[in-house]
Design a protein around this ligand. Structure first.
Ligand code: NAD
Length: 353
């Protein structure tokens, strides 16, 4: 028998090729007159373009967003928002840039418009993260969720092949865990399954043809759904483990997700059969964990922790850290099988059937 609570905040989404041009209207709709545009140094040109589009509604550009939102960067950006008397922000970029807008919103209550250029999905969530003294702390607050999101798939054409692949696998991880989350709902399962389907058919095309309009549009659509799935459910072993590995061993975010996902899925195989069936069917594979591993391999994405900088002698500590505090997961998280999972992931083994 079904029983669930489905609670979904309304969030305006503008989707389509070239829709970045709608940015001024979206600002007007929200009554925002002095927007601080945010980007990373690598995407400063995209930031400048947004400033140009906003015209008199732009209060400035802060192009120093940095991965995992170091507190020092958040403080400078907040000071800049105050200095230019901003009444809102525009985050143009990936999860790093959206994360900076969230850090500003958290303290200054400034609404933001997100223009995502990767598949991270942060633009749909109330989840924020800040890194202080080498430790990333995350939390949830409704005030950090952007007020409007513009998905313009043409902005993703320039995303390098490796980032396209790992960012897509990162989004797939949100879907996998949403499907077996204790608080999942039938609507979230529809979103997650369709997101997996759309990624599975579009990512291999993108790798061959980065400017394929239909595939880029499909993948950006999939990222939107994955972001909602992430926001609406409690994540399990996979996200906990990636957070531990990324935070404590300084491994790159999307790559860690790519490597761990097939192994975390295999770990939960017997405990979440319905989710596994949906994942496998959406991937067009026999088995969920193997299908994810094969997709990552086909995309030329990393499949082992060794190749992304993890040291073998740190696997024991990683297992200790990841089992220190309990968290929800379909299969109980125990040290011995988790240590085995880490070993398999370190060596890049294809999960067995
Ligand atoms: P990113 O934002 O760190 O981007 C990586 C690099 O690629 C940056 O230099 C960026 O400027 C560049 N880039 C982005 N889009 C590009 C494009 N279209 N073309 C060319 N270059 C481009 O990468 P990400 O994977 O999107 O974000 C990772 C961060 O997001 C992590 O800190 C992660 O914790 C966070 N995140 C947060 C949430 C959440 O809900 N809070 C969800 C997912 C990820």
């Amino acid at each position: 028998m079904r029983a669930f609570i489905h609670d979904q905040p309304t969030l305006r989404v503008v989707f389509g090729d070239g829709r970045l041009a709608d940015l001024p209207q979206e600002a007007d709709r929200l009554g925002l007159k002095r927007l601080l545009v945010l980007s990373t140094p690598e995407q400063e040109d995209a930031g400048k373009n947004a400033v140009k589009l906003l015209g008199p509604r732009a209060a400035g550009l802060y192009a120093q967003a940095r991965m995992h939102v170091p507190i020092e960067v958040a403080q400078i950006a907040r000071a800049e928002a105050k200095r230019v008397d901003a009444d809102g922000t525009v985050a143009i970029g990936g999860g790093t840039t959206t994360g900076l807008a969230k850090a500003i919103a958290l303290e200054l209550d400034l609404p933001s418009i997100a223009v995502p250029t990767t598949y991270a999905g942060s633009e749909m969530t109330s989840i924020y993260g800040l890194t202080e003294g080498g430790e990333k702390k995350t939390g949830r607050s409704d005030k950090v969720r952007p007020k409007a999101v513009i998905y313009d798939p043409t902005l993703t054409y320039g995303m390098p092949a490796r980032l396209s692949a790992t960012s897509g696998m990162n989004a797939l991880a949100h879907c996998v865990e949403a499907l077996y989350a204790s608080d999942t709902t039938p609507i979230i399962q529809l979103y997650a399954a369709d997101s997996i389907r759309a990624f599975a058919r579009s990512l291999p095309v993108i790798l061959r043809e980065p400017n394929n309009a239909a595939a880029r549009s499909d993948a950006h659509y999939a990222a939107w759904l994955a972001g909602i799935a992430l926001d609406r459910t409690v994540m399990g072993l996979h996200h906990k483990l990636c957070h531990t590995l990324g935070g404590s061993f300084d491994l790159p975010h999307a790559e860690v997700h790519t490597v761990i996902l097939p192994h975390a899925t295999a770990y939960n195989r017997a405990a979440a059969p319905e989710a596994m069936r949906l994942i496998a069917a959406s991937l067009g594979a026999e088995d969920a964990a193997q299908g994810l591993y094969d997709l990552a391999s086909r995309l030329g994405a990393p499949v082992s922790l060794a190749e992304i900088g993890m040291k073998e002698q740190n696997l024991d500590r990683a297992a200790d850290l990841a089992t220190k505090t309990p968290y929800p997961n379909p299969r109980p998280v125990e040290r011995a099988p988790l240590r085995q999972l880490l070993d398999d992931a370190y060596r890049g083994k294809r999960p067995s059937a």
